[in-house]
Ligand binder design. Sequence first.
Ligand SMILES: Nc1ncnc2c1ncn2[C@@H]1O[C@H](COP(=O)(O)OP(=O)(O)O)[C@@H](O)[C@H]1O
Ligand SMILES: [Mg+2]
Length: 262
Amino acid sequence: MARIIAIANQKGGVGKTTTCVNLAASLAAMHKRVLVIDADPQGNATMASGVSKYNVETSIRHILIDGVDAISALVTDTSGAYHLIPADDELGTAEFKLRDFLMREVRLKNALEPIQDNYDYIFIDCPPSLNYLTINAMCAAQSILVPLQCEYFALEGLTLLFDTIDKLGREVNPSIRIEGILRTMYDNRNRLSSDVSKDLENSFGDYVYKTIIPRNVRLAEAPSYGKPAMYYDKASAGSKAYLALASEILEKDFLAANGVQQ
Ligand SMILES: Nc1ncnc2c1ncn2[C@@H]1O[C@H](COP(=O)(O)OP(=O)(O)O)[C@@H](O)[C@H]1O
Ligand SMILES: [Mg+2]
């Protein structure tokens, strides 16, 4: 059964989509069966996977609102060698329509059940707010991966996110947990970055991935070519960092599956 991981942080521009697409492509390149779900009305993960959000026939919106099967929304030929449930340019309206349903929090979770066994990892790219799309993602997921930029207010934002996760856990998904905190857009010449990074390690210890994603222009350029960075510039520091993150996650999962205490 797949591990379902929501990539969330209520702050925008912290690297959620970049992490989703590049981590998914890296794990797919390591022969894992990976599905990406674009739950953000901006549709950035869809576009970055080489799929136009303007030409999508069946999207996550149809799954959430019309009760369409997840399998009929699957795009199987993305530029990242993973499968994709895309967003479309009307996903924003789904947020409001979802409120009409009694069981509005679990519509994505229920829809994923029939296809869950087909994958090793399912990543859900969340919007930068706590709306019903995010709540659907957090209900469907077993854990949350939090990308974080090492800047002054980052730790405060993290405390807020953890409070939300606690509350959500109690109310709708008691088994949800933090998968890991990922330092993104890291600039090692910046003193503040390294100070915040150290604070993060001290406060959140094992939750913090050892892999750090550097600020790298290739990661920012690749989406405009509709590709994950490893298919745009495989030698770039950015694509190598996401491959390293994929290895770190695989190693962790391998040890956990074999009962090794970490
Ligand atoms: N490590 C990085 N180095 C340079 N640019 C990055 C990096 N990660 C993300 N970006 C760029 O920063 C912007 C915000 O990243 P994005 O992944 O879209 O954030 P979010 O999904 O959290 O809003 C995008 O333009 C993206 O290309
Ligand atoms: Mg995004």
